[in-house]
Design a binder for this molecule. Sequence first.
Ligand SMILES: Nc1nc2c(ncn2[C@@H]2O[C@H](COP(=O)(O)OP(=O)(O)OP(=O)(O)O)[C@@H](O)[C@H]2O)c(=O)[nH]1
Ligand SMILES: [Mg+2]
Length: 172
Amino acid sequence: MQLWGPVNAGKSSLLNALCGQTLAAVGHEPGLTRDVIEGSFEHQGFTIRLFDAPGVWAGGTALDAAAQQLAHAWRQQADLTLELSPTPVESRPWLLQSRADEQPAGAAPRVSVHEPATLRALKDRLIEHFFGPLRRLPPGRRFALHPGLRADLAALSEGSLNADELRAKWLD
Ligand SMILES: Nc1nc2c(ncn2[C@@H]2O[C@H](COP(=O)(O)OP(=O)(O)OP(=O)(O)O)[C@@H](O)[C@H]2O)c(=O)[nH]1
Ligand SMILES: [Mg+2]
Protein backbone atom coordinates (compact mmCIF):
# COMPACT_ATOMS: atom_id res chain seq x y z
CA MET A 1 0.00 0.00 0.00
CA GLN A 2 1.45 3.36 -0.96
CA LEU A 3 0.94 6.68 0.81
CA TRP A 4 0.34 9.53 -1.56
CA GLY A 5 -0.41 13.24 -1.35
CA PRO A 6 1.01 16.74 -1.35
CA VAL A 7 4.17 17.64 0.53
CA ASN A 8 3.46 18.13 4.20
CA ALA A 9 0.29 16.08 4.06
CA GLY A 10 1.67 13.96 6.89
CA LYS A 11 2.60 10.83 4.92
CA SER A 12 5.84 10.11 6.75
CA SER A 13 4.23 10.84 10.11
CA LEU A 14 1.46 8.40 9.27
CA LEU A 15 3.96 5.71 8.21
CA ASN A 16 5.72 6.08 11.56
CA ALA A 17 2.48 6.14 13.56
CA LEU A 18 1.01 3.08 11.84
CA CYS A 19 4.24 1.11 12.17
CA GLY A 20 4.89 2.24 15.74
CA GLN A 21 8.47 3.32 15.07
CA THR A 22 10.43 6.17 13.53
CA LEU A 23 11.22 4.94 10.02
CA ALA A 24 10.99 8.24 8.14
CA ALA A 25 12.08 11.76 9.02
CA VAL A 26 9.21 14.20 9.43
CA GLY A 27 9.17 17.97 9.46
CA HIS A 28 7.49 21.04 8.12
CA GLU A 29 9.98 21.68 5.27
CA PRO A 30 8.15 20.71 2.08
CA GLY A 31 9.77 17.89 0.13
CA LEU A 32 11.53 16.35 3.12
CA THR A 33 11.11 12.77 1.94
CA ARG A 34 13.15 12.06 -1.18
CA ASP A 35 13.14 8.30 -1.18
CA VAL A 36 10.70 5.45 -0.85
CA ILE A 37 10.60 4.13 2.70
CA GLU A 38 9.09 0.80 3.58
CA GLY A 39 7.32 -0.12 6.79
CA SER A 40 4.89 -2.74 7.99
CA PHE A 41 2.49 -3.33 10.84
CA GLU A 42 0.56 -6.25 12.23
CA HIS A 43 -3.09 -5.94 13.11
CA GLN A 44 -5.63 -8.64 13.92
CA GLY A 45 -2.98 -11.23 13.10
CA PHE A 46 -2.33 -9.94 9.59
CA THR A 47 0.61 -7.96 8.22
CA ILE A 48 0.32 -4.93 5.97
CA ARG A 49 3.34 -3.52 4.10
CA LEU A 50 3.28 0.15 3.28
CA PHE A 51 5.48 2.62 1.49
CA ASP A 52 6.05 6.28 2.14
CA ALA A 53 7.16 8.32 -0.85
CA PRO A 54 8.10 11.88 -1.84
CA GLY A 55 5.15 14.25 -1.84
CA VAL A 56 3.49 15.75 -4.88
CA TRP A 57 4.95 19.18 -5.43
CA ALA A 58 4.89 21.65 -8.33
CA GLY A 59 7.80 23.75 -7.06
CA GLY A 60 11.28 22.56 -6.20
CA THR A 61 14.61 21.66 -7.71
CA ALA A 62 15.73 19.02 -10.20
CA LEU A 63 16.37 16.76 -7.21
CA ASP A 64 12.75 17.19 -6.16
CA ALA A 65 11.62 16.37 -9.70
CA ALA A 66 13.65 13.16 -9.60
CA ALA A 67 12.08 12.28 -6.25
CA GLN A 68 8.62 12.78 -7.73
CA GLN A 69 9.40 10.53 -10.67
CA LEU A 70 10.38 7.87 -8.19
CA ALA A 71 7.11 8.32 -6.31
CA HIS A 72 5.10 7.99 -9.51
CA ALA A 73 6.97 4.85 -10.54
CA TRP A 74 6.26 3.21 -7.16
CA ARG A 75 2.66 4.26 -7.22
CA GLN A 76 2.11 2.35 -10.45
CA GLN A 77 3.16 -0.87 -8.76
CA ALA A 78 1.16 -0.39 -5.58
CA ASP A 79 -1.78 -2.67 -4.86
CA LEU A 80 -3.50 0.25 -3.14
CA THR A 81 -2.83 3.99 -3.04
CA LEU A 82 -3.90 5.76 0.13
CA GLU A 83 -4.18 9.44 -0.64
CA LEU A 84 -3.83 12.07 2.07
CA SER A 85 -5.05 15.63 1.95
CA PRO A 86 -4.25 18.02 4.78
CA THR A 87 -7.23 20.21 3.91
CA PRO A 88 -10.91 19.25 4.11
CA VAL A 89 -11.89 17.29 1.01
CA GLU A 90 -14.78 15.58 -0.67
CA SER A 91 -15.33 11.90 -0.07
CA ARG A 92 -13.54 9.56 -2.50
CA PRO A 93 -12.43 5.97 -1.98
CA TRP A 94 -9.11 5.82 -0.13
CA LEU A 95 -8.82 9.57 0.26
CA LEU A 96 -8.25 10.65 3.86
CA GLN A 97 -8.19 14.06 5.41
CA SER A 98 -4.84 14.03 7.21
CA ARG A 99 -3.60 16.18 10.10
CA ALA A 100 -7.27 16.18 10.97
CA ASP A 101 -6.75 17.52 14.50
CA GLU A 102 -5.72 20.85 12.95
CA GLN A 103 -8.65 21.29 10.59
CA PRO A 104 -12.42 21.44 10.44
CA ALA A 105 -13.81 18.16 9.14
CA GLY A 106 -14.54 17.62 5.45
CA ALA A 107 -16.57 14.81 3.94
CA ALA A 108 -13.68 12.32 3.72
CA PRO A 109 -12.66 10.07 6.63
CA ARG A 110 -10.13 11.70 8.95
CA VAL A 111 -6.80 10.60 10.25
CA SER A 112 -4.48 12.23 12.75
CA VAL A 113 -1.31 10.83 14.24
CA HIS A 114 -2.46 12.43 17.51
CA GLU A 115 -5.77 10.58 17.56
CA PRO A 116 -5.20 6.85 18.12
CA ALA A 117 -8.84 6.02 17.33
CA THR A 118 -8.38 7.30 13.75
CA LEU A 119 -5.26 5.15 13.33
CA ARG A 120 -7.09 2.06 14.60
CA ALA A 121 -10.02 2.75 12.27
CA LEU A 122 -7.62 3.01 9.33
CA LYS A 123 -5.90 -0.26 10.27
CA ASP A 124 -9.28 -2.00 10.58
CA ARG A 125 -10.27 -0.71 7.17
CA LEU A 126 -7.02 -1.84 5.54
CA ILE A 127 -7.28 -5.33 7.06
CA GLU A 128 -10.86 -5.63 5.88
CA HIS A 129 -9.84 -4.51 2.39
CA PHE A 130 -6.90 -6.89 2.02
CA PHE A 131 -7.95 -9.84 4.16
CA GLY A 132 -11.72 -9.58 4.64
CA PRO A 133 -12.58 -12.42 2.24
CA LEU A 134 -9.89 -14.59 3.83
CA ARG A 135 -11.15 -13.90 7.36
CA ARG A 136 -14.62 -15.08 6.45
CA LEU A 137 -13.33 -18.54 5.51
CA PRO A 138 -13.32 -21.33 8.12
CA PRO A 139 -10.04 -21.19 10.12
CA GLY A 140 -8.64 -24.33 8.46
CA ARG A 141 -8.82 -22.69 5.03
CA ARG A 142 -7.36 -19.32 6.01
CA PHE A 143 -4.24 -19.28 3.93
CA ALA A 144 -3.50 -17.53 0.68
CA LEU A 145 -2.71 -19.77 -2.25
CA HIS A 146 -0.91 -18.53 -5.33
CA PRO A 147 -3.56 -18.53 -8.10
CA GLY A 148 -1.25 -20.58 -10.36
CA LEU A 149 -0.76 -23.21 -7.66
CA ARG A 150 -4.49 -23.31 -7.00
CA ALA A 151 -5.10 -23.97 -10.71
CA ASP A 152 -2.42 -26.69 -10.80
CA LEU A 153 -3.87 -28.41 -7.72
CA ALA A 154 -7.26 -28.41 -9.42
CA ALA A 155 -5.63 -29.90 -12.55
CA LEU A 156 -3.92 -32.55 -10.38
CA SER A 157 -7.21 -33.52 -8.76
CA GLU A 158 -8.81 -33.79 -12.20
CA GLY A 159 -5.96 -35.94 -13.53
CA SER A 160 -4.80 -33.47 -16.20
CA LEU A 161 -1.51 -32.78 -14.37
CA ASN A 162 0.66 -35.41 -12.75
CA ALA A 163 2.44 -35.18 -9.40
CA ASP A 164 5.93 -35.04 -10.94
CA GLU A 165 4.98 -32.01 -13.04
CA LEU A 166 3.50 -30.32 -9.99
CA ARG A 167 6.60 -31.03 -7.92
CA ALA A 168 8.96 -29.82 -10.67
CA LYS A 169 7.04 -26.58 -11.03
CA TRP A 170 6.44 -25.68 -7.39
CA LEU A 171 8.78 -27.61 -5.10
CA ASP A 172 12.10 -28.26 -6.85
N1 LIG B 1 -1.09 18.37 14.12
C1 LIG B 1 -0.64 17.41 13.32
N2 LIG B 1 0.50 17.58 12.67
C2 LIG B 1 0.91 16.57 11.85
C3 LIG B 1 0.19 15.39 11.69
N3 LIG B 1 0.84 14.60 10.82
C4 LIG B 1 1.94 15.28 10.45
N4 LIG B 1 2.00 16.48 11.08
C5 LIG B 1 3.04 17.50 10.93
O1 LIG B 1 3.03 17.92 9.58
C6 LIG B 1 4.35 18.22 9.12
C7 LIG B 1 4.63 17.40 7.87
O2 LIG B 1 4.64 16.05 8.21
P1 LIG B 1 5.39 14.94 7.32
O3 LIG B 1 4.95 13.62 7.87
O4 LIG B 1 6.84 15.20 7.23
O5 LIG B 1 4.70 15.20 5.90
P2 LIG B 1 4.99 14.48 4.50
O6 LIG B 1 3.69 14.32 3.83
O7 LIG B 1 5.78 13.24 4.71
O8 LIG B 1 5.84 15.58 3.76
P3 LIG B 1 6.93 15.41 2.55
O9 LIG B 1 7.89 14.34 2.92
O10 LIG B 1 7.57 16.74 2.47
O11 LIG B 1 6.13 15.08 1.32
C8 LIG B 1 5.28 17.88 10.27
O12 LIG B 1 5.59 19.09 10.93
C9 LIG B 1 4.44 16.97 11.16
O13 LIG B 1 4.79 17.03 12.53
C10 LIG B 1 -1.04 15.25 12.41
O14 LIG B 1 -1.77 14.26 12.32
N5 LIG B 1 -1.40 16.28 13.22
MG1 LIG C 1 7.61 12.72 4.06
